[in-house]
Ligand binder design. Sequence first.
Ligand SMILES: [Fe+2]
Ligand SMILES: [Fe+2]
Length: 169
Amino acid sequence: MKFYRVKQFIWAIEASFKKIDDSYISIYLNKNEIDMFNKLKKSDKYHCIRVCRDSLDLLKERNINMDEYLVGKAALLHDIGKAEYHLNLIEKAIIVLLDKFTKGKLRKYDNIKQINIYYNHPRVGYEMLKIHNYDKELLDVVRYHHKDKNEELKIDKIVDIISICDNKN
Ligand SMILES: [Fe+2]
Ligand SMILES: [Fe+2]
C-alpha cells in the first residue's frame, strides 16, 4: 500500500513531462468526450490511460467477451468527475494521510471542495455524464468504481474489470 502511494506520486511527477497520446484516446472517445477528458489534470489523464490499457489487456488475458470499445471508453472516463476540481499533489497527499488517520471519517467534511472531489468524484462524474445518453454500464463504472473495494471482485461486469485495474494504477 505504501509502495503503491509512492509509485502514484512518481507517476504524477513523470506525467508532467510526457505528452498525451491523442491518437490512442481518439480510438475510444468522440470529440465531446475528448474535450471533457482534456479538462482532467495531466496525471489523471495518464492514470485513465493506464487503466484503459490494463483493462483491455485483462480482457485478452482472461478471454473475457466484452465490448472492447465500451470498456476503453468507460476506463478513460471513469474519473471524469475529477475534472471539476484539480487536486494538487500536496492537497492529495494531505487528504490521503488524513483519510488514513481518521479511518475515513474525513469524508464528513465534504463541504470542503478538495475533500468533496477526493471522495465524491464518482458521483460528480456520474452527474456530468448522465445528462448525455450513455449506456447504463458506462454510467455504473463512473458511479461505482470505488464501491466494494474490499470485497472480492467478480469479473462479469465492466465496472469489475475497471475497478481491478483502477486499484493497480
Ligand atoms: Fe476514481
Ligand atoms: Fe481511477
